[in-house]
Design a binder for this molecule. Sequence first.
Ligand code: PEP
Length: 255
Amino acid sequence: MRKYVMAGNWKMNNTIAEGVQLAQELSNNYENDWADKVEVVTCTPYVDLKPVVEVFDFDKCNIGVGAQNCYFEPSGAFTGEISIPMIKEIGCSHCIIGHSERREIFGETNEMVNKKAQALIEGGITPIICVGESLSVRDDGKYDEFVRDQVKAAFAGIDAADAENCIVAYEPIWAIGTGRTASPEQAEEVCAAVRDEIKNIYGESVAQNIRVLYGGSMKPENAEGLLAKENIDGGLIGGAALKADSFTDLIKACL
Ligand code: PEP
């Protein structure tokens, strides 16, 4: 039985004061026994990480905190970058890598995603590896092959025991922040392909254990249909994670 994961991606939203307020509201709503059914993670901007960790620690709240990016080198002359030891020290348990906004706006390549995944595993942080096709790839009907290639590239050189603990988020770019959600059938088709590709690389057991999330305009109104699908183990949620009540409703959809 795979445990659901609900990961909020705040993107570049919430100052420290706003982030602390949202974390406090989430902590007030959250009940720790939900952790039996669903792993909840809040991925905040770098500057919010420590204050948000402090809110959850103070409240003994079982919500993990994640970064939205990292650099794969441990230290050095990489102006503007943040290392994995830095986010680890703050208390991050997870880190998103390969988000389509980082791939499209900041030129993150499959090779960089792979290096980040390897370095995160080495550092004891769970990578949330994003994959997903653009509208033109979808319209060309090449999305299955495209996403499988991203999965293969992201997991190159990673062994089975580590792969099993990674999280993959399938996020069709045409559904992110657009209000246009993939239908449960469309999302399931590609999440199943992600799992099948993991099976091709690592075999059945890893494929059955790894969590594959859907992301793209997930909200309380559409979550149930998506979460009911066999190969969808939760969500990576942008807009609807910016309000405590909608994110809480999404978490409750997993219970
Ligand atoms: C995301 O940021 O990964 C995302 C899925 O955003 P949204 O839920 O707003 O589409």
